[in-house]
Design a protein around this ligand. Sequence first.
Ligand SMILES: [Zn+2]
Length: 380
Amino acid sequence: MELRCVDCATAYPPVLLYRCKACGGILETVGDDGTERVSLGESVTPLLRAHRIEAALPGFSGEIWLKDETRNPSGSFKDRLVASAMGRALALGVRKVVCASSGNAGAATAAYAARAGIPAVIIVPAHTPLGKVTQIAAYGALLLLVEGHYSRSYDLALALAERHGFANLTTTFINPYAVAGLTAVGTELVAQLGGAPSHVLVPTGSGPLVKGVWQGIADAGATTRLIAVQAQGCAPIVQAFDFGAEEVAAWGMPQTIASGISDPLIGYERDGAYTLKLVRRSGGRAISVSDDELRAAMQRLARSEGVYAEPTGASPIAALPRLLAAGDLPPGSRVVCMVTGHGFKDGKIYQEMPVRTHEVDDPGDVAAVAELCERALAQA
Ligand SMILES: [Zn+2]
């Protein structure tokens, strides 16, 4: 295995290196060195047909599938990146790791560091959802809270890695061994569907999952249209797509309930440009959704399919009506929605939604309770 720059193709030995020394470009791994992963028993995640979501899309004739990444050991697809990068860090003799995260990658890094028996420093924005912060702390990691947007946490993790000997497990494009762990998503999709999907909708911050899906499907000799989904309150890649630009400009003030994709890309705009290039090359597009659309999609996913996702994980479902209206989902489409993170991680958003709860005054009066149930169910 070696590292190679995606822009200038300069090759490097497989050490801990985060950017091309020649041009500052993104590095990718080429070939497999058989490094043993750190494992928490992760395996292939379920691919579920979403019949009721299909039926709720008037005019759609095709298949909608949910790739349920909430079922990874720490509850998000980030486990795939961390299992891969942690194994490589250990093989290189590093015994401490750092990760800048909006929450899920931090939880994954903390979990796999505990499993490996090494210390982890996790850096998150101070406003990170409590469920994610609680999970990171529970695994025993040292948690650092940084005021402001995610890119500030990113800068600090990179500085600790470059100056103080930490392996940087931040899951943007910065760690090529982490990104390599996502190729399996594309490979699994082809195996589970018996062929490539026509479209894969990917919640997108900087975009490593876009790359993973693309690479895995390309390795299987197939293609798919990649749809990068962002939140309207933080949509640097969508903005560049809509302008027809090749460069991606950083996003000034992220404002969205989708914490997992709230990444303004400040200082690593090239990550966004690379993702945009892959999206365009695939014949796909970038699209953004509002927070209200995210909430509605979370409810639909939970109530009509039994899948409990955080706002970011529901963003592909939120994008479906817009894509259909734009003519991007022709008849016969086989669409995969990447459900990237668990609802447990951000319960507050669900807690703010109206729920069907009733007080039972007298549990002994079963007839009255039965009547209440009939009445309430009839209204549903
Ligand atoms: Zn380069």
